[in-house]
Design a binder for this molecule. Structure first.
Ligand SMILES: Nc1ncnc2c1ncn2[C@@H]1O[C@H](COP(=O)(O)OP(=O)(O)OP(=O)(O)O)[C@@H](O)[C@H]1O
Length: 312
């Protein structure tokens, strides 16, 4: 990892208009810098704007105010340097596994006219793409499933294909939006190790959104906590801020037994409590910490009710 800033979210605000044309602030003054090769995990309560943050980095959306800079240049549209993997629906259902993986490489070909203009070169290029896709299939352990369709695969296999589909484009930044959220525990663990292997092999920068704090601490070299619940006189509806930004100590990637170690427990507790910016400590009260999804929050009605019950 180099120390030079690669990505800078500079004073970013995002708001959407609701049906009554009222501005609804989602992200409130997000400002952070990221160096090449970091593995950033993003956690926070439901609806705080984690996916919105990823869409800004992808370039699928522009901030209402502020800038998202990559190498000091504003990100305006998606490009092949940034890939994204979602929890579901990343694959084309009508294409085989091999066709899904090769799709991006073929789509990158400058013009289909070349097919007629220089047919030999065109075929040679397509054959090279297929070879490359097969080597990715090998790497993800799915060489035997090249000609299967997505519906014939298990959830874990589908996510491997979705990750390979992104990796083959050699993105500098890989964005992952709860990619393992729908998987069972064993498959999820297997996929966590898989993504760490890929990160080590490719050295890309990763933004990984998860609701699971343990997953965030195990995978990330840095955990960013985003929350719309923090101390404010104005009450809810003020948009989410970064309420915690912690470097994960120790070697990275961590050995698997770290997951079951007291250090891991301490780290999770620290992020839940001490690790948060003291100005925003109040938002911990709003998390249901006994729930296994520790970032589930009380709903807005309870939040308001509780605020009313507070002594003046
Ligand atoms: N295009 C849009 N138009 C209007 N509102 C939107 C739009 N996109 C997102 N929102 C709202 O912005 C808020 C943040 O959404 P986002 O999906 O980024 O949150 P999240 O933290 O990823 O949520 P979750 O953890 O539940 O997936 C939500 O209240 C959502 O309804």
């Amino acid at each position: 990892m180099s120390g030079k800033t690669m990505l800078h979210m500079e004073d970013v605000y995002v708001s959407y208009q609701d049906r009554q044309k009222r501005e609804n602030l989602i992200l409130n003054d997000i400002d952070f810098k990221v160096s090449e090769g970091e593995f950033i995990t993003v956690v926070g309560p439901s609806g705080c704007g984690k996916s919105t943050l990823l869409r800004l980095i992808l370039g699928a959306e522009r901030p209402t105010r502020g800038k998202v800079l990559l190498d000091d240049r504003e990100i305006e549209t998606p490009d092949r340097h940034r890939g994204i993997v979602f929890q579901k629906y990343s694959l084309f259902p009508h294409l085989t596994v091999l066709e899904n993986i090769v799709f991006g490489l073929n789509a990158r070909d400058p013009s289909l006219l070349r097919r007629f203009w220089r047919p030999f070169r065109f075929r040679e290029r397509r054959a090279r793409h297929l070879d490359e896709a097969r080597s990715y299939l090998d790497r993800i352990g799915l060489a035997g499933s090249a000609h299967k369709f997505p519906h014939e695969l298990s959830g874990g296999m589908r996510q491997r294909v979705a990750i390979a589909q992104s990796l083959i484009m050699k993105p500098r930044i890989l964005l992952m939006d709860e990619p393992f959220g729908a998987l069972d525990h064993a498959t999820r663990m297997e996929m966590q190790l898989f993504i760490l292997e890929q990160w080590e092999a490719h050295g890309m920068t990763i933004f990984f959104v998860t609701h699971d704090l343990e997953e965030a601490c195990f995978l990330g070299s840095r955990v960013v906590v985003l929350s719309q619940y923090y101390q404010t006189d104005a009450g809810p509806g003020q948009g989410a801020k970064i309420v915690g930004d912690l470097a994960v100590p120790g070697a990275h990637p961590k050995p698997t037994d770290f997951l079951y170690s007291p250090e891991m427990g301490q780290l999770v507790a620290r992020i839940r409590e001490e690790g948060l910016d003291p100005d925003y400590l109040q938002h911990i009260r709003d998390f249901n910490l006994t729930h296994r999804d520790a970032f589930r929050t009380v709903n807005e009605r309870e939040w308001k009710q509780d605020a009313c019950e507070k002594p003046a």
